[in-house]
Design a protein around this ligand. Structure first.
Ligand code: ZN
Length: 286
């Protein structure tokens, strides 16, 4: 039986869903290793969600240390079909002020050495990623944010950088010249893996600072980030409660068949050990 169809990935500052009732805690092992922490099946006003803190409880893993494949595989293996992720971001635009929310619809990959695919190892596959986030989820999230009076910017491009050090001023200005609105270190490969696993995925970003490009504002420090995160986590939880009422319905987007035509390796050439791994997340195709 599916444990939950809605998954919530918490970012910096969001390590639990406050006020939620814990139904059970699942310690999952996947063919790609163990996720960042146990997954908590929670209930809020009658709706279930599987919660996983991306960096582990107590913030143990740096972005490049997170086992993204295990996180996404674990959620898929317990029945998750929709993921709402949260992430703290730096703002690259004057109009995106600290404490504002941003719902990006595009992303530019500036990560370096991360395992970014379930495919490979003798089973080659390519999914489409032109629209990296599920449009259906984006259309559910924005009205919910409006309803509770949150400032939420849409139509923005997110830069996902490697880190863990923040950007240089030259990099920050380069990204601004590209028209990007926000920057973080953890949406990729998370969104790519969710697409491969055929899970709808969107990320709700919370601006904590102006990165380092702004001439008149003090440059980003971890202290500033933490201060604003605490304020924002409360707003994130309010939004999440409303979203849980609206998620979990029939999916009419294309995410559920993202890998159907992705596999290119001839059937008799496919590596059997890799097939066994892939079966755990895409049982219909192997
Ligand atoms: Zn979708």
């Amino acid at each position: 039986m599916d444990q939950a169809t809605i998954g919530v990935i918490g970012g910096s500052g969001l390590y639990e869903i406050e006020g939620a009732k814990t139904i059970k805690e699942l310690s999952i092992d996947t063919p790609w290793g163990r996720p960042s922490d146990s997954i908590v099946i929670s209930e809020i006003e009658g709706r279930r969600a599987a919660f996983l803190p991306r960096h582990g409880r107590g913030h143990v893993f740096l972005p490049h240390e997170v086992n993204f494949r295990a996180n996404i595989a674990a959620l898929k293996m317990i029945g998750v079909r929709e993921i709402v992720a949260f992430s703290a971001v730096g703002s690259l635009k004057e109009k995106i002020k600290p404490l504002d929310f941003v719902l990006p619809d595009q992303v530019i990959d500036r990560t370096k050495a991360r395992e970014s695919s379930f495919f490979g190892g003798g089973v080659a596959g390519h999914v489409t990623f032109g629209h990296p986030f599920c449009g259906r989820l984006l259309n559910l999230i924005k009205p919910a944010a409006d309803e509770i009076g949150l400032t939420m910017h849409t139509g923005e491009t997110l830069i996902c950088m490697e880190g863990p050090a923040f950007s240089t001023k030259a990099e920050s200005n380069l990204y601004r010249s590209w028209g990007a609105g926000i920057i973080n270190m953890s949406t990729l490969p998370e969104a790519k893996l969710a697409r491969e696993a055929e899970i709808c995925y969107a990320v709700i970003c919370m601006a904590t600072d102006y990165d380092c490009w702004h001439e008149e504002v003090e440059h980003v420090t971890i202290d500033m980030v933490i201060r604003n995160l605490t304020t924002n986590a409360g707003n994130a939880k309010k939004l999440l409660k409303l979203l849980l009422e609206r998620l979990g319905k029939e999916r009419d987007c294309e995410c559920g068949e993202a890998s159907k035509f992705a596999i290119i390796t001839a059937e008799k050439k496919r590596n059997s050990a890799q097939i066994k791994k892939m079966k755990s997340i895409l049982p219909d195709y192997f």
